[in-house]
Design a protein around this ligand. Sequence first.
Ligand code: ATP
Ligand code: MG
Length: 445
Amino acid sequence: MLESNLISNSAQRPEPRILARADHTISRSLISEGALKVLYRLSNGGYQAYLVGGGVRDLLLGREPKDFDIATDAHPDEVRELFRNCRLIGRRFRLAHVRFGRDIIEVATFRGSDADSGEEQDEDPDRVIKDGRILRDNVYGTLDDDVWRRDFTINALYYNIRDFSVVDYVGGVADLQAGRLRLIGDPERRLREDPVRMLRAVRFAVKLGFQIDPDTLRPFATLAPLLLDIAPARLFEEVLKLFHGGYALQTFEALRHHGLFGLIFPLTEQELAEEEGGFPHLLIAKAMASTDQRIAEDKPVTPAFLIAALLWHPLRRRAAVLEAEGMPPLLAQRTAADEVIAQQIALVALPRRFTQVAREIWQMQGQLERRQRRHAVRISQHERFRAAYDFLVLRAASGEPVQEAADWWTEFQSGDENARDQMVTRLDATPKRPRRRRRRKRAAE
Ligand code: ATP
Ligand code: MG
């Protein structure tokens, strides 16, 4: 299949459509200073230099790009010679990262038509170099080789810094206008080549409000399980883009709709499937919505919070089983946490620094629910108090019977020292003691 594609690409390559400066809306004033410097320095050095990918796509849509990617015919070593502030990354396809303060501009050399294996730069480096000998030297290519290995037509538009034109080989401009997300080439082959493109499709469709083209979408149903072969570390990177891009809630719904969510979060999906319309769906949806809102307000977000939400109900279910088998509650919760995290990281490599915080958020739920008089102040000073409190509020909002505790902590935080003292004293006087005492005894086990 690759051969036939190569023939059609090289023997009868289509002519690109060129949009002159007057025919599109990209203005240099919208491109970051760093990206412009890189484009001009490459160009002045005698190389071709194009803005490509999401930067061009977003500018043509009148949106603010997240970052700027640049494509050139300069080889990575030649790029490095032009820029002091430059680092080469990757093995098989080396990319140059040029840094301007906090801004990092990614410069990729055009890839040859043989280099068509998705974004896995480190994949199988010895296909090219073995025992120090170069077996194949067609890793790099020209612009019209580079176009065909990109994923979607709208991501394969090139803005030429020489004449400010946009080069379109794949009908990307028409697809942008139609709001259509379409894979370049044969969809099934492109999805087999890199199944992560299914996740990317959903992410872009949601973010841009585009429809996934029916031909692109059709193979999803059969190819979705290929996601299980993707390296867990890469899936974590992708999960972050899915849920920390500002559209977590819609993306989550769309991933479920397309049958992709359950492949990467099977424990969560199982809960959702069993209790559709009940607590779990609400909890996760609310966690996603709150993440989106924080991003919209430029507040920091942590993956730990989403991990805590995604695995909360699987954790509770497992802990209940262990308790029924006779394990003490606190140990059951800890054991269940170990188990659900172990199962999840086999698929998505959630880093330990985040799963650890998720564990603490879970652990503190019991303490927050109990509101022990002696410990209230200490709990409120705990490093994870705020995250754990937010999580408690989320649980209350999603229908779990913890509203009273959530309100109590809300009031506790808003009061001054006196008010807090009074609240704690009142706690002591509330006639709920037998239950609290039983719990406290358990907690001491
Ligand atoms: P954004 O940065 O807004 O998420 P983007 O389109 O710039 O979107 P990147 O992941 O930054 O996405 O990739 C830059 C470009 O590299 C893409 O536009 C696409 O042309 C190409 N690309 C990225 N990932 C893949 C992939 N898995 N398969 C093929 N091409 C890809
Ligand atoms: Mg990008």
